[in-house]
Design a protein. Structure first.
Length: 746
């Protein structure tokens, strides 16, 4: 790398130019719709809905409209009719359901000045997201033709619109945070190095890591589904890890220059010491990301792939491009020198040396105090509730999110995420037979009796007050029934008549958290065979909430195995790297403490709402989305190992040189404390910025990662780890370390 530095620099320059051209194209290639690819109950139900019904009401847009007069009659009704007809004329629209077609007061607010209509689509999956912008444009164009246009407010929402808006704001947040974080990060780096040239190197590596990684992700997204969540995560991890690793390398290079080595020799020594630590650190980080590849969800697998890419690119840049740049710059890295003189106070080692001596004198007290802090922060994790958050789930600053709020004001936001119940009778029977109709009515009545349910729609809920006998007579001639109620029957009765759809619309007061318990109740009804007429029928529950519940069960089932894999693989790698038994066991234990304390604070802030308003949340989420524990564990466990490896590498280096554990621990702590503090501060700033993102999942991750780094760089690395190393003495390096000679009496 040093000898052929100009070729290395030129090669990376070409790669960088290509990356900066390709990276902006990546957001449009990312998948809007994730979820599990496992054959869960909800997934099977959703497939049955899309494949066995003539006109399935699967994918749809919800259009909300607010105006100055009632939409039940007069000018308001004419506006609603204009928009409904404009929607129905679009080639990808299957049918339109509104107050005009159903004459149902649920479609109109109490004062009549707000309404909504549902637009069923004949397309599926991510292709729906591609129609959102076009549909919004068509609706706004149709509205522009009506009189008194400024008095009306139109919003398009629905699953596809929400997914698209999440991708849009994720991309916007990523760009916005990058622009704001770069000057802050540069300031911290200048403070850490006391030199502008040295500060620009880690920033260059971090920005390059992001651009190259996003380009690679964009290429992969053309051949496999990659979730939109990978977008912000790549920015967070790329900037944090790229700068972290570079900071360690540049600091070591300056140390070697200070010892009198020439620039090429100093670059070589840096690569053979700090470079090895970076590689070891990168390997421990990728273990967590690699474990995510074993999860069943597109989102988590995408994060795993994105994490592997960005960490791999960052390590590769640090052990190839960075040594080449260091060897080229030499002592010019300290320019301007007047700046270094002004910032000598920041690098004064006396503070850290005093801290190291204090820990060496009182290691037990340090363990007790540090352990008490971590234990107290961990306590809330015992009250964690896994589920869909009760609020703040949809980004309200987007059109789709504002549409959900408009539906909430009408009390009908449950139409966005209905529960889809599939009732399939055995072969040779039909759902239109009297016995099955009675079973469907019993199911419908049971669901209507639940205070969380607003409405139930099925083939026995076509017209209120109609008896089972009347429905039997109606469906005895299906051709005639379809002529009268074609759109409804095509949506709620399969082509072969064996499968019926029951839509359950939840009340506006029923949060997504509570909705999961409604799904569990329906499934319990089905499993218990409590409805006699449907005992031989197959009943499946689908829809967004049911799919989330199935995903939750699957993720929780796999989570212990994922934890065991990460702990075991990390411990094994550290054992090989440091040739020790005790060091990897201690590292795994300390990292586990860091993760558990992070979980406790996430529960306290998000689930219970303590201080949540500082993050611009409207209140407690009441539950933690199942992805968060999985992602936070995998990402935090790897990232927090960075500082463990940095610290242990210097302690081991000193121990191999002197053979004295106490002196080695003090030297390693005082030598790395400034670097770890600066690196941690940068990571906290980078991750903490995403705690203010507009997508709740990114807020969870940003907050969790920032806190984990804070705890790890302070309580864990500066207190617990050196205290533990001090107490264990020479046993830290058994069986592969140099034996400590007996201390001479003083």
């Amino acid at each position: 790398m040093v000898r052929w530095r100009w070729i290395v620099i030129a090669g990376w320059a070409v790669v960088g130019v290509i990356a900066f051209i390709q990276a902006p194209k990546t957001p449009d290639r990312l998948s809007l719709r994730g979820g599990s690819e496992e054959p869960t109950e909800a997934r099977i139900a959703d497939r049955m809905l899309s494949s066995r019904f003539a006109r399935p009401f699967g994918e749809f847009f919800a259009v909300t409209l607010e105006g100055p007069t009632s939409f039940a009659d007069g000018a308001g009704r004419a506006v609603l009719d204009t928009l409904s007809r404009a929607a129905a004329r679009l080639p990808y629209v299957q049918n339109v359901v509104s107050y005009l077609t159903r004459n149902d007061t649920l479609f109109v607010s109490d004062d009549g000045r707000a309404t909504f209509f549902l637009v069923s689509l004949n397309i599926q999956g991510d292709s729906v997201g591609g129609k959102v912008a076009e549909f919004r444009a068509r609706m706004n164009h149709a509205l522009s033709q009506v009189p008194n246009r400024p008095s009306y407010k139109l919003l398009v929402t629905g699953r596809a619109a929400l997914d698209l808006d999440v991708r849009t704001v994720s991309a916007e947040d990523g760009k916005r945070f990058e622009l704001r974080l770069l000057p802050i990060t540069l300031f911290i780096l200048v403070l850490a190095f006391g030199a502008l040239v040295a500060a620009l190197l880690p920033l260059t590596i971090g920005v390059l890591a992001i651009a190259i990684s996003l380009s690679v992700v964009g290429v992969l997204a053309t051949t496999m589904p990659m979730s939109v969540f990978v977008l912000n995560l790549t920015t967070m991890i790329g900037l944090g890890v790229g700068i972290d690793y570079s900071l360690l390398m540049v600091t070591r290079f300056r140390e070697e220059l200070a010892r009198g080595y020439r620039r090429r020799e100093a670059a070589e020594r840096t690569l053979m010491t700090a470079g090895i630590a970076v590689v070891n650190s990168g390997l421990t980080v990728v273990v967590g990301f690699g474990a995510l590849l074993l999860t069943p969800m597109v989102e988590t697998r995408s994060v795993g792939i994105g994490g592997l890419i960005v960490v791999g690119v960052a390590v590769l840049l640090c052990v190839t491009l960075l040594p080449a740049l260091l060897a080229t710059l030499g002592r010019s890295i300290d320019e301007p020198r007047w700046l270094a003189r002004r910032l000598t106070w920041y690098h004064a080692p006396q503070v850290w040396e005093k801290w190291a001596r204090s820990l060496a004198r009182h290691p037990v007290r340090a363990l007790v105090v540090g352990g008490s802090i971590i234990g107290t922060l961990t306590l809330p994790v015992f009250w964690i509730k896994i589920g869909l958050p009760a609020r703040n789930w949809w980004p309200s600053q987007t059109e789709a999110g504002a549409g959900v709020e408009a539906l909430s004001r009408m009390g009908v936001s449950g139409y966005i995420t209905p529960l889809r119940i599939m009732v399939e009778v055995p072969s040779g029977r039909s759902d239109t037979q009297a016995v099955t109709l009675r079973g469907l009515r019993a199911l419908s009545d049971s669901l209507r009796g639940d205070p969380r349910v607003l409405d139930v729609r099925s083939i026995v809920d076509l017209e209120p007050g109609t008896s089972i006998l009347a429905y039997s007579l109606l469906y005895s001639d299906l051709d005639s029934a379809r002529a009268r109620h074609g759109e409804f029957l095509d949506a709620y009765l399969s082509r072969d008549g064996r499968l019926a759809l029951v839509d359950v619309i939840l009340r506006d007061t029923t949060s997504l958290t509570s909705a999961m318990s409604v799904v569990e109740r329906i499934r319990h009804l089905a499993d218990a065979k409590s409805i006699r007429q449907l005992r031989d029928s197959r009943i499946l529950v689908g829809g967004y909430v049911a799919a989330s519940l199935d995903l939750q069960a699957e993720m929780l089932r796999r989570f212990p195995g994922l934890v065991a894999l990460v702990l075991g693989a990390t411990g094994l790698m550290l054992a090989i790297a440091f040739r020790s038994v005790l060091v990897p066991l201690k590292a795994v234990l300390m990292n586990s403490l860091s993760v558990s304390a992070t979980f406790g604070l996430i529960v306290l802030v998000f689930q219970y709402g303590f201080g949540s308003r500082l993050l611009r949340l409207t209140g407690p989420t009441e539950a933690i989305f199942v992805l968060i524990p999985v992602l936070v564990f995998a990402v935090v466990f790897g990232l927090s190992m960075d500082y463990e490896v940095f610290l242990l590498s210097r302690i081991k280096e000193a121990f191999d040189r002197t053979g004295k554990n106490t002196e080695a621990t003090m030297e390693g702590l005082s030598a790395t404390a400034s670097v770890i503090s600066s690196a941690a501060l940068i990571m906290i700033v980078v991750f903490g910025a995403f705690a203010f993102a507009r997508v709740l999942v990114m807020q969870f991750l940003g907050f969790g990662l920032a806190l984990a780094v804070l705890l790890d760089a302070t309580v864990i690395r500066m207190v617990l780890v050196p205290a533990f190393m001090q107490l264990m003495g020479r046993w830290n390096w058994w069986p592969g370390g140099r034996r400590q000679p007996p201390d001479r009496p003083r």
